[in-house]
Design a protein around this ligand. Sequence first.
Ligand SMILES: [Zn+2]
Length: 421
Amino acid sequence: MQDIERVDRCRVCGRDDWLDIISFGSAPLANGLLDPAADDADEQAYPLDVALCRECGLMSLRHIVNPEKLFRYFVWVSSDSALMTRHRQRVFGWCAEKSGMAAGDLVVEMGSNVGTQLALFQERGLRTVGVDPARNLARIANDRGVETVADFFGPEVTASIRETHGAAKLVMGHQCFAHIDDVHNVLDGVDRVLAPDGTLVIEVPYVLDLLDENQFDTIYHEHLSYYSLTTLSRLFASHGLPVVDVERADVHGGSIVVFAAREGSGRRPSARVADLLALEERRGLTTARPYLEFADRTRRTIDAIGDVVRGLAAEGKRIAGYGAPSKGSTLLQMCGLTPAEVQFCSDTTSFKQGKLLPGSRIPIRSPEQARAQAPDYYLLLAWNYAEEIIAKEQAFLDAGGRFIVPIPQPRIVDSALTASA
Ligand SMILES: [Zn+2]
């Protein structure tokens, strides 16, 4: 395929009946960090437009960037933060409770990254195989003893896994399903390897949380789809995999973990499924209204963040970004912020340090370098870890430092943990 293609037919329902929600113009890839020494005058930008499928309620980007370009070398490494460690244990517990898996059963994970989640299953005696297209991540996973196939998840890969390892009691995908364009091919891949009494577990950022919390910065080229349970249920059911359970989780700004089983397995959906579908109905998620309201709020929030940061910079305050995640890169670009306002971003990931963020060209520094430069304010770009970060940076706050928390509305957090607009 080309570097970028326009989406015509909805990847879930196949219809071509879109309502434009919001356009962010053109943007470079959020993960495309720049080398300051290289000639980067021709940084490529791609359209970033969001639309709603009027038939099935899928919120989607209107363009897809070639996955070979996005995912063969991937810079997002699953986090070892306390929040994520807790979440992985909780996911393990849900899987054990809802799938009836036992030691010796096979667990297959798509988008398994460096194998952190699978390692937990291994420790409890399950057999595991990961699949991830990022060769750099698959190598790390294999080195730590989590068998990982460096490829895109699909029927060929899973047929070969089944041949070697047998059928899987559990097939799971955490925070990768929304990156996938050909979801039908992936679900065909699930079909090839899932045991008759197996469970499919898919975790995605929850579109209702995105809308409610104004998480516009999570909209970037990797994230093709923004799912509701209503849309996912329809998709899974069309592959003979009705949803049997769902849990909400406080990771990545709010996610849903959806459990599906084969038709004819006799499993009845839990009350949680009906409850969440009813909530989505009440909130009008299959209508245009909440998405169009989100688009309005987003335009205002982007202006408000820009005003706060530019205002402080004009007063001579020194401002740095806390974290350099993809969504931070997106937020800085969308708010039109540059090194004139945000001098640098601090990030613990060593291979990001010394690089420039795409678009905004803000440099990335190590936390040690950041501390030495003593900014007055940190713009909290990694807001999904707000609680953990604010607790960790108590000394910065006690010394008079402040955080700007950008969403849902920009607010300032100081040592008294008091918030003001
Ligand atoms: Zn659709």
